[in-house]
Design a protein around this ligand. Structure first.
Ligand SMILES: Cc1ncc(COP(=O)(O)O)c(C=O)c1O
Length: 424
């Protein structure tokens, strides 16, 4: 048999380079230099007579999302833990999370001494399935965390109705969905709180970073205290040289602050987010058509989604094709064709090798707690099926042009056409 696949020494579909990520916004260098010489590199440094970059970003990101409050934080992980604690979640409480997500969806719940209850996802959107949530509720359930995964927005009408019916806070994890909308409202603004990650790979990034947004002033005040060692920002003006953070003693916290460098960068990056999201959306629409022609099934999003965003483009392999080949062999073959990493869908968190509560002594809180957090007890058939058959493309590739999308589609079609070579 002729070995035509690049992974076996054949010619690749493409050798041209791909767009780089991250891409710095036009004003980024000047903004970072401004911080360098400002005399203030953190909100925990003394006030220097001008508004902190952290406050500037908080105001801009709150306005962007159409909410009153934003508290920047060190990471998406920190933001989730802050939001959970601000909801009053603590020892032994159950929190519903999707089984298909980055491991932080489980580890953050463990991190506040609570118990993650993993639920199955919808097979088309890959986001939390409201029916699965309903049947996982117990009298110990104290919150629901929904993740808008890859390029989808979850079924927020159903999840909000369910949370309201049961009097539960609902947290939207928007780490993968900055700028997406649902019935004209930005994600993160649809529930008790929204959390974001600004880690390197995200569509809005400062290398590391995060934020919690909310409409609720009291909730925001709790988040502020929790992320700044129990301090909150004073009302301006503050005398130059004085601390802007006030020690109220209201609520104990930990340091989860972003630096002024991160905040200054985020202000600039936010200015190019919509244009970049639009470019990804245009390219994804073309890819949808091309891949559907090749038999792939692109991830769909809930009815009501507007301004769909693409952190990752996900598609299911064609029905009946490549069934004897492991997904890793398929993604290796696609990667070799394109010179761009094509990845498998997440494994369900319950069997992700990065998720092992027993490896951390801090979660050894007694035999009963340990058996409640044991990930083996969850049955997640839809997550399992998605993990077997879904491939994903990072959004950097979607910043390219029409030719780039045609290359991706050509590689996807080629690997199906020559799939038999991967088994031989
Ligand atoms: C859905 C989701 N939640 C939370 C996080 C955690 O964010 P961070 O890496 O900034 O801590 C991530 C990061 O990839 C994520 O994808």
């Amino acid at each position: 048999m002729t070995r035509s696949l690049a992974v076996q020494g054949g010619s690749p579909v493409r050798t041209r380079p791909w767009p780089l990520w991250p891409q710095s916004a036009p004003g980024a260098v000047r903004a970072l230099e401004g911080v360098l010489t400002s005399g203030r590199w953190s909100i925990s440094g003394p006030y220097q007579g001008t508004e902190s970059q952290e406050r500037r970003f908080a105001r801009a990101f709150a306005a962007y999302n159409g909410v009153e409050h934003c508290v920047p934080a060190a990471s998406g992980t920190a933001s989730l833990m802050l939001a959970l604690e601000a909801c009053g979640i603590g020892a032994g409480d159950e929190v519903i999370v999707p089984g298909l997500s980055w491991v932080a969806s489980g580890s953050t719940v463990l991190g506040v001494n609570a118990v993650p209850v993993f639920c199955d996802v919808d097979p088309d959107t890959l986001c939390l399935d409201p029916v699965a949530v309903e049947s996982a509720l117990t009298e110990r359930t104290k919150a629901i965390v929904v993740v808008h995964l890859y390029s989808a927005v979850a079924d927020m009408d159903a999840l909000r109705a369910l949370a309201e019916r049961h009097g539960l806070p609902l947290i939207e994890d928007c780490a993968q969905a900055h700028g997406a909308e649902y019935h004209g409202v930005k994600v993160g603004a649809l529930a008790t709180a929204g959390t974001f990650s600004m880690q390197h790979s995200k569509v809005l990034t400062s290398g590391e970073g995060g934020a919690v947004i909310t409409r609720d002033a009291e909730f925001a005040r709790r988040v502020e205290h929790l992320r700044a060692d129990g301090r909150c920002l004073a009302g301006l003006p503050v005398d130059t040289g004085r601390m802007e953070l006030v020690e109220t003693g209201e609520l104990m916290g930990s340091n989860r602050c972003v630096s002024e460098f991160q905040a200054a960068l985020l202000v600039e990056q936010l200015g190019v987010l919509d244009e970049q999201n639009e470019r990804r959306r245009r390219n994804a629409a073309l890819l949808d058509e091309l891949l559907a022609d090749a038999g792939y099934r692109p991830q769909s999003t809930s009815a009501g989604t507007g301004n769909r965003t693409y952190y990752t483009y996900a598609a299911r392999l064609p029905e009946g094709e490549l069934t004897d080949v492991g997904l890793a062999a398929v993604t290796d073959a696609l990667t070799a064709e394109l010179g761009f990493p094509i990845a498998s869908c997440y494994a369900p968190i319950t069997r992700n090798r990065l998720y092992d509560p027993r490896s951390r002594g801090r979660f050894a809180l007694g035999v009963q707690h340990e058996s409640r957090i044991d990930p083996k007890g969850f049955d997640l058939p839809v997550c399992e099926e998605a993990a077997r058959r879904t491939v994903t493309v990072h959004h950097a590739a979607l910043l390219g042009d029409e030719g780039d999308m045609r290359d991706i589609a050509a590689a996807f079609a080629k690997v199906v056409r020559h799939g038999a070579q991967l088994t031989g």
